[in-house]
Design a protein around this ligand. Structure first.
Ligand SMILES: [Zn+2]
Length: 118
């Protein structure tokens, strides 16, 4: 399938796009043994941890790295905008939490790992 937002080619039934903010609308039916969206969001106090919890290790690592970037960027922007740049940091946090809430969890993978298709 292709991402409806950016057209990036995604694995079939992908829950989200790794190139943009597109997230598949959450399904109404909740499968047994599903990772809790709420727990994932709370874990996102440390950006990326919620993603790791849901099974997205690579993405989680990316968000942890991104958090440092956001803090650095926010601090840098803050010096130039008399503190307004600090707003970037909570926005990043919110975006990460929003994202981890929306993505499908991969906690229970099939025994035969089909490999990361990022
Ligand atoms: Zn996309």
């Amino acid at each position: 399938m292709a991402c409806p937002l950016c057209g990036h080619v995604l694995p079939k039934d992908a829950g989200s796009c790794d190139r943009c903010d597109w997230v598949r609308a959450p399904n109404a039916d909740t499968a047994e043994g599903k990772a809790s969206d709420l727990v994932a969001v709370m874990l996102s106090v440390i950006p990326g941890l919620g993603h790791v919890y849901k099974g997205y290790r690579l993405l989680g690592l990316l968000f942890v790295t991104g958090a440092f970037g956001a803090i650095l960027l926010g601090a840098l922007a803050a010096t130039a905008t008399a503190g307004f740049g600090l707003a970037l940091i909570p926005i990043y946090w919110f975006a990460v939490m929003f994202h981890v809430y929306g993505i499908e969890d991969r906690v229970a993978p099939t025994e035969k790992d089909e490999g990361e298709e990022y």
